[in-house]
Ligand binder design. Structure first.
Ligand SMILES: [Zn+2]
Length: 242
């Protein structure tokens, strides 16, 4: 898709030559915004309608429309820039990107080019562990489409397909909030299992939940809450709570 980036690159270069700098990603966006093109304004549309032979010049990479987006990471930036560039600013809050949550990522990411989720249902066990199938090279051949870990693919040796279980160290904020009101259990000092309730979710750099047992409120991390929720589940099934 190199042809797609050719016009912006050319524009940035010619602007630089005339003294207009694009020193940041935002400046590149602001300067390239003028390259936006709607399908109605496409030079090719007229030819298409008339079936004009001049359409040939469109070739493989001729473009009908072009949209230029800018990705920001904070709501404030999003609100501020959306005023001027309405609909062209995308918000990508990376705080809870699950595949790198808590600085934990899939091992050896540098050689990795294909990640498939092979889960068929939401895992039941907490903390959630998602099964993944990883390959060093992507492939869409007739064998790989059916089964990524086949041995008939010509490049299967280089693909190095393997399974990996990704254990999450947190959940999305919406999911975290949905736990408020659920039951939890813990073992008291005397060894008895007592029942409590998740009363609040605190959204911060690390996720915490306020968990209440009688008069006492604890602030618990994801790991601890998972443990308490699991114990609650088990206890309810076995019915061993007084
Ligand atoms: Zn293949």
């Amino acid at each position: 898709m190199e042809a797609v980036g050719k016009d912006p690159a050319r524009l940035i270069r010619s602007l630089e030559l005339s003294g207009i700098r694009s020193e940041s990603a935002y400046k590149v966006f602001a300067n390239c915004h003028r390259l936006e093109k709607k399908r109605e304004d496409s030079e090719w549309l007229e030819y298409e309608i008339r079936g004009d032979v001049a359409l040939k010049r469109k070739g493989k990479y001729g473009m009908d429309s072009r949209t230029v987006w800018y990705v920001v990471e904070s709501q404030e930036e999003y609100d501020r820039l959306s005023v001027q560039y309405h609909g062209r600013v995308l918000l990508c809050d990376r705080t809870f990107t699950l595949d790198t949550l808590g600085g934990k990522s899939i091992p050896d990411t540098k050689s990795l080019h294909e990640v498939r989720s092979v889960a068929t249902q939401v895992p039941e066990e907490l903390p959630y562990t998602w099964p993944l199938r990883l390959s060093n090279l992507p492939c869409n051949c007739k064998y790989c489409v059916v089964n990524p870990s086949n041995n008939d693919c010509k490049i299967s040796t280089w693909r190095h397909t393997r399974d990996y279980n990704m254990k999450l160290v947190g959940v999305s904020p919406a999911h975290a909030n949905s736990w408020v009101g659920s039951g939890v259990c813990m073992k008291a000092a005397d060894g008895l299992v007592i029942v409590g309730l998740i009363v609040a979710y605190v959204h911060g750099k690390s996720q915490t939940w306020s968990v209440q047992f009688g008069e006492t409120v604890h602030s618990w991390t994801y790991e601890k809450v998972c443990e308490a929720k699991s114990l609650f589940m088990k206890t309810m099934v076995s019915g061993s709570v007084e």
